[in-house]
Design a protein around this ligand. Structure first.
Ligand code: CA
Ligand code: CA
Length: 292
C-alpha cells in the first residue's frame, strides 16, 4: 500500500487594479511610456532593482542641478481623487546630500503649462529638518495658502539624515483627495514603509476652482547641485484609485517533514503522524489520499 499526502496553505488576495504600473523592466523607452520626460542622467538600468531586473536610475554628475523626470498623465482618473501614487526609492550606499525633489501629483493647464496646484513629496535641505521628507503644497487658489500661494509645510518624522535609510528601498505612498469647490474638505496622507508619516484633513487645495489632478511625476532636480557623482533609484511605481500598500514578501511554500517508508500487515490500519512547517506562519491544512 502507498499513500500520497498533500499539504496546502492559503494566500491572501492583494492590491487593487492599478491605473498605471511601471516596474521599469519592460524595455520600453521612457519617452514611449511617459507623456513628458527629461533624461539628464535618468535611465532604466540594471544597476539596482527591487522588482525584476531594472529600475529607474538617476545618475548625477558632480554639481549637477538639472536632472531627469518622468510625467504620467492621469486625467482619465476622475481628477478629484482620492488618487494614490506609490513608488519605492533608493539612495545608493554612501549617498551624500539631500536633493529636494522626489515626486509630485499636480494639476497642469496644458494650454498655458502653468500649474496652480502641486502636491510635492520633497526633502528639506537645511536647518534642523534637513533630510526630512515633507509635503510641500502649492495651492494658488486655496483660502489656506500664504501670500506666495503655498500651504503650511507638512514635515514628516522620516529623515534621510538617518543613515539607516540610505542604501535601502523605502516605500512611499501618497493619497490626495481634492476639496469640493468652495469647501475646505480635502485631505492628503503620506505613508512611508506603510506607516502614516504625515497627513492632513480639511484641506482647501483649489478654492472654488474645478480643475483636477492630471499628472503624476517622479523628478530629480537638485537645486543646490549634487556634491559628487552618485545615483538614486525608483522602482515599483503605481498609480491607483485605491490604497496600494507595500509589495508583500513572497509566500514561502510549506515544508513537509519526511515520513519515510511505512508498512503494515494486510488488512490492518496504517497510522502515522505528519508534520509540516511554514516559514511565514501560515495556517496549514493537511489532506491525505491513499491508494492500494
Ligand atoms: Ca523593476
Ligand atoms: Ca507560506
Amino acid at each position: 500500500m502507498s499513500a500520497v499526502v498533500g499539504v496546502s496553505c492559503g494566500c491572501a488576495a492583494w492590491g487593487a487594479a492599478p491605473l498605471w504600473q511601471d516596474d521599469f523592466d519592460d524595455g520600453i523607452p521612457l519617452n514611449q511610456k511617459y507623456e513628458d520626460t527629461e533624461a539628464s542622467g535618468m535611465s532604466q538600468s540594471a544597476v539596482a532593482s527591487l522588482t525584476g531586473t531594472h529600475s529607474l536610475q538617476q545618475q548625477y554628475s558632480v554639481g549637477q542641478v538639472g536632472a531627469g523626470w518622468v510625467i504620467k498623465l492621469v486625467d482619465h482618473l476622475g481628477k478629484d481623487g482620492p488618487v494614490f501614487m506609490r513608488y519605492y526609492h533608493l539612495f545608493e550606499d554612501g549617498f551624500q546630500g539631500f536633493p529636494p525633489k522626489m515626486a509630485r501629483i499636480r494639476y497642469r493647464n496644458r494650454s498655458t503649462w502653468t500649474s496652480p496646484l502641486g502636491i510635492h513629496i520633497w526633502l528639506e535641505t537645511s536647518g534642523s529638518n534637513a533630510g526630512k521628507v515633507c509635503l510641500d503644497i502649492k495651492a494658488s487658489d486655496s483660502s489656506q495658502a500664504n501670500s506666495l500661494g503655498w500651504l503650511p509645510l507638512a514635515v514628516s518624522p522620516f529623515s534621510y539624515a538617518d543613515v539607516s535609510n540610505i542604501g535601502r528601498w523605502v516605500c512611499f505612498e501618497l493619497e490626495v483627495k481634492l476639496n469640493t469647490p468652495g469647501q475646505a474638505d480635502g485631505w492628503f496622507n503620506l505613508w512611508i514603509d506603510n506607516r502614516l508619516a504625515v497627513g492632513r484633513l480639511n484641506v482647501d487645495f483649489r478654492g472654488s476652482q474645478t480643475y483636477g489632478l492630471n499628472e503624476c511625476m517622479l523628478d530629480c532636480y537638485w537645486n543646490g547641485g549634487s556634491p559628487k557623482a552618485q545615483s538614486r533609484f525608483y522602482d515599483a511605481f503605481v498609480v491607483s484609485l485605491e490604497r496600494i500598500g507595500m509589495i508583500p514578501p513572497p509566500n514561502a511554500a510549506p515544508v513537509l517533514a519526511p515520513i519515510g517508508s511505512r508498512s503494515a500487515p494486510a488488512g490492518e490500519r496504517l497510522q502515522f503522524t505528519v508534520e509540516a512547517t511554514d516559514a511565514d506562519g501560515n495556517e496549514l491544512q493537511y489532506s491525505a489520499t491513499g491508494e492500494q
